[in-house]
Structure formats: C-alpha cells, structure tokens
Design a protein around this ligand. Structure first.
Ligand code: SF4
Length: 476
C-alpha cells in the first residue's frame, strides 16, 4: 500500500502536528517537525509525509496529493478533529477505496467515539502508531494488528493493546524522512536559531504532571531512550544533510530525566561543534549544566508552569519554587538561554496566584517566555478533575481561528475571563521592561539576519494580541 502520512490543514498557522504539545495557533508563527509521523514513514517505501500547515498546503491541495495513495494516516488532535474529519470525507469521496486511519492522542483515548463520529474513518491507532501503521500497510489482517480499533461491516472492533516500543535504536532516523519529504525552512520556533531541526532521543516522561498530554496518552511514564551512539549518528546525518541548520533541538519530554545519559550525549556532541537545546524540568545541577554548555548546549525550554507552590503541588509537578530559583541562577551564571513556559488556569488558580506567577516570571527573567492557557485534554488527569469538579466553562479548547480559549473556571478562584485576560497582562508585564527590551535590541543588532526576523515576530505578536482581544467578546 502507498501510504500518505498527513498533518492535515486546519486553522491558519495551526501547529497541531505530530510534534506539537499545545495544539493551537501560537503568538508568533511556530512549527514543530511532524516527528511522530516520520518514524513509520521511514519504514515504508513509497510513503510520503505532508505537513500541510507548515508547508502552506490548503484542503484542495491536500485532496489532490491524496489521490495517489491507498492509505492516509491523519495525525489528529482534539481541537482539529472536526476539521480533520471534513478533509477525510473529501479524500474518501474522491477515491472511495482509499483507507483512512486516524492517529494521535485524541483517537487513542476515544477510539469508539472517534470511529462512531465519522464513517469515513476506517481505523484508529491507540498509542504509538509506528508498527501498527506499518503492519496495516503491509497487508496484515486487521484483526491481527495489536493496538488498533477498526470498522468492519458497520461494526467497531477493538484489538488488544500494544506494548510501547522499547528498542528505539531499531527505529529509522527521522532525518532521512525530513530530507525526503520536508523543507527545513518551513520550520521555525521564535526562540531557536533558524533554521533548526528537532528530533527525539527518547520517549515518555517519568514525571506525572496532571495536565500533560503526551506521557498520559502516547509516551507513558517510563523514559525509553536511544543509545547515545545512535543519537550521535543521527546528529552527524543532520549536519551532513542540512549544513544550513544552525541549531538542533532534542524534543524529548524531559531530556535530562536520565542525567548521566544526557551527559554522555553531550560529550559525544562536543567535537561536532554544534549548537543544541532541549526541554527540561528545574532539577538539573550546576555541574551537569556546565558540562553540557561546554559541549554546545545553548538553549533550554524550562517548564516553570506557575509561581505558586500550591498550584505546582496540585498538578504534581514534582518541583519547588526554590529549585526553580537555583536552576535559573545556575543557568544564567553559565550564560545559557532560557525559554520559560508558564500556564495560567491550572487547579487552584485565583486572581492572586496569576499575579504571583507574573511576579515570579519577572523575577526568574528567562530570555523569552510562553504563556499558555490550561487545556484539559481527554486522557489527562486534569480533564477528569475538570469533569468531576465542574471546572469546565462554556467553550472549547481553541477558538474558530485556532487560538487557545479558556474553558476552565474555578468557583472559589479565577473565572475563565480572568484567566484568559491574564495571558495578555502577563506578556505585557514581562516584555515591557528594560531587560527584555534590551535583550531584543541586542539580538537584533548583533545577530546576522535577526533584525528581519524580530520585526516579523513583533508584527505577528501584535496581530495575535489584537485577535485575542476580538475573541474576548465571544464565550471562552
Ligand atoms: S515534566 Fe514536562 S513533559 Fe514531563 S509530565 Fe511534566 S510537563 Fe509533561
């Protein structure tokens, strides 16, 4: 079977693809690589990955491409599910024998509901989909493919679960598929050097943050890892295939979860003389940071989440504000760049805790910042808590434009509107200070090619804020 791996078109600039944790249109154009789709694509000759939002391909263009394929694997998300069904229906109408598979956390958590929602969906994969899709594409009887749910003769069947993949070294290098099917210039993250490439060196996260989608739906709570040598070989390949790439990002949930391994990888990367970064919690010690910095580490995405300890405890972050302070101080002493991520609207949020978090963020003063709205995705403990406690507010996870909406509220604490408005206040209070303004100016003046990029980002950010204001009048 010829297989098309599709991140379908949805909202404008919607990063809902198989690499994006928060599926929404971001403040500034941001696209992660559709890495999860590229693993099975790397195992199937004649397949193709199309990342429609990043490549700017619309629905009509997508339908045209799909006509040559026997199986289309859609990466779907909770916010884009309805739109994705419409695209799938058009593909099915054009060529009824094309089979449609939906993959991703949403259908993994709600297989029965997803198959009942649209007759154009032939099967869904629950959990990791590398081998299930490969087996389907190779013609295995569907009743023998573990981990899928499917429709036959109008009835829905659920096969037994499938073990997660343990031997990650056995998987292909996604870099081969990036080279074959994607354009590195389509991918951009504001706080990363451009162009960048991101890959995973492992799957899963040992932490159990109640709001976090990936470990609770796809990756699991065991950090399964590739060998350092295997990672090293792929990084060399990235250098060879994409000499223009200025930064490599290890997009594991928490790259530093196995500290000794992250040190080993760093030592291998050192001689390659590249700039790299990763996602981390605030638990990494000074010596490890220093060793990594000495071997090319430039940027870290740090999940601070909140400036209120009770909220961190409520969501089982497994980190303290003091740890955050020490980590930040050490990272700054080493001149590492920090992109801090925060969430407003987690359980326990009040008007006061929003203020506390804004003050804490200004105090930590990361180089750049991302403020997200708490999003209760099906399959997370947070979602169940919202159901049990009546915390859902009217509205959806994203607006009709793909922007994040606020659909949680706390009767004893913050309203949905206070949480939503808190995001804009947060950005303004953080960025309209001499420190961040000075850093942006310095970046513009000292890095070649950055002035244009910063200008575009600033314009996109202002457009985003205006749109948010317009949407503030609608229920959220
Ligand atoms: S540490 Fe990060 S990736 Fe891991 S569960 Fe918590 S939020 Fe998710």
């Amino acid at each position: 079977m010829k297989v098309l791996f599709l991140n379908p078109p949805s909202f404008e600039d919607f990063d809902g693809g198989a690499g994006s944790r928060y599926q929404a249109t971001r403040e500034v154009r941001s696209f992660w690589y559709p890495t999860w789709l590229c693993y099975p694509a790397g195992m199937l000759e004649g397949s193709r990955v199309v990342d429609a939002p990043a490549a700017g391909i619309d629905v009509a263009g997508t339908i045209k491409i799909a006509k040559d394929f026997d199986l289309v694997a859609f990466y779907t998300s909770t916010p884009s599910f309805k739109n994705d069904i419409r695209t799938a229906e058009l593909i099915k109408a054009q060529r009824p024998r094309t089979q449609i598979a939906f993959v991703g956390p949403h259908v993994g958590v709600l297989p029965e509901e997803s198959l009942q929602a649209a007759s154009c969906i032939d099967l869904v994969v629950r959990g990791e989909f590398d081998y299930p899709i490969k087996e389907v594409a190779e013609g295995r009887d569907w009743d023998k493919v573990a981990g899928i749910s499917y429709r036959r003769d109008g009835k829905v069947f659920h096969n037994p679960d499938r073990e997660v993949v343990h031997d990650l070294d056995a998987l292909p290098f996604v870099t081969e598929v990036y080279k074959r099917d994607l354009k590195v210039l389509d991918y951009e993250i504001p706080w990363m050097l451009h162009p960048y490439v991101s890959i995973y060196t492992g799957r899963g996260c040992p932490s159990r943050c109640t709001f976090c989608l990936w470990p609770q739906t796809i990756g699991g709570n065991t950090y399964r890892v590739r060998s350092p040598e295997n990672v090293f070989e792929e990084v060399k390949l990235i250098k060879k295939y994409f000499p223009e790439v200025r930064e490599i990002f290890f997009d594991d949930d928490t790259f530093t979860a196995h500290r000794s391994r992250s040190r080993e990888i760093a030592k291998l990367l050192g001689p390659l003389n590249i700039s790299w970064g990763f996602n981390t919690k605030v638990h990494v010690d000074y010596d490890t940071l220093k060793l990594m910095k000495d071997n090319g580490l430039r940027v870290m995405v740090v999940g601070y989440e909140s400036g209120n300890q009770a909220i961190l405890d409520n969501v089982k972050k497994g980190a303290t504000l003091d740890q955050a302070r020490i980590f930040t101080k050490n990272a700054k002493a080493l001149k590492l760049t920090l992109h801090g991520t925060f969430i407003l609207g987690l359980p326990g949020e009040t008007r006061d805790t929003i203020e506390e978090t804004i003050r804490f963020a200004c105090d930590m003063d990361p180089d750049t910042l991302q403020v997200s709205l708490a999003s209760p995705y099906p399959g997370t403990v947070f979602y169940d808590e919202c159901m049990e406690n009546g915390w859902f507010a009217p509205g959806t996870l994203v607006s009709e434009m793909g922007y994040q909406s606020c659909n949680v509220q706390y009767p004893e604490g913050a309203t949905a509107r206070e949480i939503y408005d808190g995001v804009e206040r947060f950005y303004k209070r953080f960025y309209f200070r001499p420190g961040p303004i000075g850093r942006i100016l310095k970046k513009t003046l000292t890095r070649k090619g950055e002035a244009k990029r910063v200008f575009h980002e600033a314009a996109a950010f202002l457009k985003f804020m205006t749109k948010r204001k317009e949407l503030a009048g609608t229920p959220h």
